[in-house]
Ligand binder design. Structure first.
Ligand SMILES: Nc1ncnc2c1ncn2[C@@H]1O[C@H](COP(=O)(O)OP(=O)(O)O)[C@@H](O)[C@H]1O
Ligand SMILES: [Mg+2]
Length: 426
């Protein structure tokens, strides 16, 4: 059975297409959506074989929706349909990663033929591809050699993984990840590592002015087994903490798989107390797997309308992946001095509580980046540094009010209360 998802703003269109496809024995409509965001959410949930996407979807348009689907669900073939004149719309569809283009109005037979063609193509591609198609299902299936490797070493230490995420680039994710690592390292020298998983355009190295002789790419040669000694050799000394840099060239990013990531994180957990991960702003197999592996997710957004819209979309993805909301903390970063929504407006639109606001601090941030020194170190008294320490307090009991953690049950109750206060309101 070929399972099809249909997304069009008009219910009449989705109904007509559903009725036509229902006439075919081998086709089944598994879901419909009327805007881009819900199309992505439905698709992540349903994992259809084929998604028929209208180019003019409201909110996130058909092109953006297609791009997200292609990255997050490589096994789903996208057919784009449009009212637009053929040339431009066709070009856009193909650039976004669609496999077929249908100009509206089209004949039912042409649609059915396109669905079967794209499905046959995806099956051939899937059959010849060595990698598992979809991240979510592929993460740690029992019997999967990668998960066996991951659980092999008997480790006493289990470091906490904090992933810094966002729905959009340029919101301050890297700046915040670096400063979280630095603030933790002040309390825990030698126990913190920062991993730049923004694999295509990672800029942790540039922001900290680090030498780029080694990167995550050095670990790939050994077929995904990254033991402590190997990892130690490719880590670079940062200001108070260790850094695993992103590949020096964007095309090398694709070689890092979720099996590599599982293996790497397992090794790092046994060698460090805190693993901070800077992530890319797009969804793919590796970034989705990061969301699943992390103990804490620090979701950074600016307060612009598009920033909050993308943060809301990311929230939807987290819900679909059934990520525990208590793991997620939303940070509103004022990376612009002017404009944007106020906190209340942003929270209403986002449907979530903003736990910490990081103030606009152009001079502090610029000086820090120019010197390659995190601002929590170079300007510890700045309000932006206090904001970062508030974030860190949610991750690390030792950093709370600078005091030692309270003993036993007391500490876990306190931890629960803090987590509740700092995470999504439900
Ligand atoms: N609170 C802030 N105040 C002033 N500038 C900021 C702030 N946060 C981030 N920036 C600036 O915004 C830009 C984007 O930050 P970056 O961390 O690289 O974003 P991302 O990793 O999300 O793409 C950088 O030039 C950074 O210096
Ligand atoms: Mg970045």
């Amino acid at each position: 059975m070929i399972r099809v998802l249909i997304a069009d703003e008009s219910h009449q269109v989705t109904d007509n297409i559903s009725r036509r496809l229902a006439l075919e024995e081998d086709l089944e409509v598994c879901g419909t959506a009327s805007d881009g965001e819900s199309a992505v959410q439905e698709a992540l949930w349903l994992k259809p074989d084929i998604a028929i996407i209208d180019a003019g979807l409201p909110g996130m348009d058909g092109g953006q929706t297609t791009e997200m689907l292609v990255q997050a669900l490589p096994g789903t073939g996208v057919i784009m349909m449009s009212m637009e004149a053929e040339n431009d719309a066709y070009r856009l569809a193909m650039l976004a990663g669609a496999r077929e283009f249908l100009q509206k109005p089209f004949k039912g037979d042409d649609l059915v033929a396109a669905v079967r063609r794209v499905h046959a193509f995806e099956q051939r591609r899937g059959g010849s591809s060595p990698a598992p198609a979809v991240a979510v299902a592929a993460t740690s299936a029992p019997g999967d050699p990668s998960s066996a490797a991951a659980s092999a070493p008997a480790v006493s230490r289990r470091g906490v993984v904090t992933a810094v995420i966002s729905g959009k680039g340029g919101v301050g994710k890297t700046v915040i990840a670096i400063n979280i690592a630095a603030a933790l390292a002040e309390k825990h020298p030698g126990a913190v590592v920062l991993v730049d998983l923004s694999l295509q355009y990672g800029d942790v190295g540039a922001a900290l002015d680090l030498p780029t002789d080694h990167s995550i790419t050095d670990l790939l040669a050994e077929n995904g087994t990254a033991d402590s000694d190997m990892v130690r050799q490719v880590l670079v000394n940062g200001p108070g903490f260790q850094v695993l840099l992103a590949p020096t060239s964007p095309e090398l990013a694709d070689y890092v798989s979720s099996a590599h990531l599982t293996d790497l994180i397992t090794t790092l957990r046994s060698d460090f107390d805190f693993i901070i991960v800077d992530t890319p702003s797009y969804l793919n197999e590796v970034s989705i797997h990061t969301l699943e592996l992390a103990d804490h997710l620090v979701m950074v957004t600016d307060l612009s309308v598009t920033g909050i819209k993308n943060a809301r979309l990311t929230r939807g993805v987290l819900e679909t992946l059934e990520v525990d909301p208590a793991k997620v903390m939303v940070i509103g970063n004022h990376r612009d001095g002017v404009g944007g929504l106020d906190r209340r407006g942003a929270e209403t639109f986002l449907g979530a509580h903003i736990s910490v606001e990081v103030p606009f601090a152009a001079d502090v941030v610029a000086t820090s980046v120019n010197k390659g020194v995190p601002f929590v170190v170079s300007s510890p008294a700045a309000p932006a540094s206090s904001a970062v320490r508030t974030i860190v307090a949610a991750i690390d009991p030792l950093s709370r009010n600078g005091s030692e953690p309270a003993p036993n049950g007391d500490s876990s109750d306190k931890k629960k209360r803090t987590r509740r206060k700092l995470s999504f309101t439900r």
